[in-house]
Design a protein around this ligand. Structure first.
Ligand SMILES: Nc1nc2c(ncn2[C@@H]2O[C@H](COP(=O)(O)OP(=O)(O)OP(=O)(O)O)[C@@H](O)[C@H]2O)c(=O)[nH]1
Ligand SMILES: [Mg+2]
Length: 437
């Protein structure tokens, strides 16, 4: 799927986008960093930024979001830059969308259709492009329909033909549908999603029965989660897609991994977070994201080389809090420490909790991280001193055959020994246990 996507990017003449930002909406990012993130988002959607306009605002205008002078400035730029889409960093209402499209398409001799999108719409488009699993696709569809619903007015006269940016997913199919049909569609998708979620819950409960501990990787998009997953997983399983691109991973990936002491666990990669991640999208993905709650340990992967490290950290923490994740389970993993000369004391004191500095790329300090994982995962083995009577010969032979024993003593009425048992064995052989060691 990703190869196909890469080919598409290579083959297609890239769409030319003008991006628009206001300082009013950029909070908590600086406008500059929020806009450079928007550039990356446009790239991740397979288009390119050819122009940028920003405005300092006191408040948003209900008609165009920005001032009408700026709107005209953008209109003048469109033919000069041969742009075919304008992407706003802030969310647009249905009315604003339609008004902007009307102005930008009001040319005498410029016959291309100018599309207007906002950041939410752009992110939804990237997600539609990336979703590969049945559940993931449904979740994106749900978020897209929820996005369209209050903007039906803006869809009036909206002809999104020709494909490309802003047209992926069900967007094209619903142009002429009325609100009721939209609601019906939302309902159907919700029902399908419920079914898919039941299946996933089944897998989860099976995993929990098997008592294989789960380690989840969370963090801002592009922090290096998938790279770390590839480092941790057992070497003969499939590599996870890694790319210097926002939202490289959309659907959750899980792989088996093993600790140096032989214990197995599952390491699970999730969608990256981004600031101003549309609420509708978080809602749609909530059931997948809630899986994080069931993990034994959560590794919060932070790109220590990013200038926006603190904002990115806060964004992820806020989403984790919203999901009601137990923050005690979270360990901060400062990744890409090969890129910057940074020591623990230099990292913002505002980022508390347990910290470890690694490079997922070259494996630096991975043993420290493994030590933390080892210590955090529930110990599934117990060392005990036990005594087994000779009359229970089957138990005796099972224990002696399967375990290396210490302090083995043949007494008059049975055998006394020290062994390491699994929890399952411990429960079965409880009556022979004299004490924990
Ligand atoms: N220098 C350096 N680069 C890294 C390191 N870890 C990851 N990268 C690079 O960072 C980029 C993003 O890595 P990914 O593993 O795809 O990041 P991700 O967090 O999974 O991103 P999304 O799936 O988009 O949320 C890639 O170009 C990686 O090669 C690291 O330790 N050092
Ligand atoms: Mg990834």
């Amino acid at each position: 799927m990703y190869n196909k996507y890469m080919e598409m990017i290579k083959e297609n003449v890239k769409e030319r986008v003008i991006i628009v930002g206001t300082d009013l909406g950029a909070y908590p990012h600086s406008l500059e960093s929020s806009m450079s993130e928007l550039v990356e988002l446009v790239k991740a959607d397979g288009a390119e930024v050819v122009g940028e306009i920003t405005q300092n605002l006191e408040k948003f205008s209900p008609k165009f979001l920005i001032g009408s002078g700026k709107v005209n400035e953008i209109k003048d730029m469109i033919p000069k830059l041969e742009a075919n889409a304008v992407v706003f960093n802030d969310e647009l209402s249905g009315v604003q969308l339609r008004n902007l499209e009307d102005v930008f398409n009001n040319f005498e001799k410029f016959d291309r259709k100018i599309k207007v999108l906002d950041r939410t719409n752009l992110i939804l488009d990237i997600f539609a492009l990336r979703a590969t699993t049945y559940e993931g696709k449904l979740q994106v569809q749900l978020a897209q329909l929820n996005y369209q619903l209050p903007r039906l007015i803006g869809i009036d006269g909206w002809s999104r033909t020709g494909g490309g940016i802003g047209t992926r997913g069900p967007g094209e199919q619903i142009i002429e549908t009325d609100r009721r049909r939209l609601l019906r569609e939302i309902d159907t998708i919700k029902r399908k999603l419920k079914k898919a979620q039941k299946n996933r819950e089944l897998t989860r409960s099976r995993r929990m029965e098997n008592k294989i501990p789960i380690v989840s990787l969370v963090g801002y998009t592009n922090a290096g989660k998938s790279t770390l997953l590839n480092r941790l997983k057992i070497s003969d399983s499939k590599e996870v897609f890694v790319e210097n691109m926002l939202f490289a991973t959309l659907d959750p990936n899980s792989r088996r991994a093993q600790l140096p002491d032989g214990r197995e666990y599952i390491v699970s990669d999730t969608v990256g977070f981004v600031s101003k991640l549309p609420t509708k999208l978080i809602e749609a993905f909530k059931s997948t994201l809630e899986e994080i709650k069931y993990s034994d340990l959560i590794l919060h992967v932070i790109d220590v080389s990013s200038e926006d490290m603190e904002i990115q950290y806060k964004t992820t923490m806020k989403i984790l809090k919203d999901l009601e994740v137990d923050l005690e389970k979270v360990v901060n993993v400062f990744n890409k420490s090969d890129k910057v000369n940074i020591s623990e004391t230099l990292v913002s004191p505002k980022i508390g909790g347990e910290k470890v500095f690694i490079s997922a790329k070259n494996g630096e300090n991975l043993d420290n991280l493994l030590k933390i994982i080892s210590e955090s995962l529930p110990v599934k083995l117990k060392k005990v001193k036990m005594k087994i009577g000779y009359e229970d010969s089957s138990v005796l032979s099972e224990v002696l055959d399967n375990h290396k024993s210490e302090h083995l003593e043949y007494l008059d009425d049975g055998v006394q020994l020290t062994v390491t048992l699994s929890i399952e064995e411990y429960n079965r052989f409880k009556r022979y246990v004299i004490s924990d060691v």
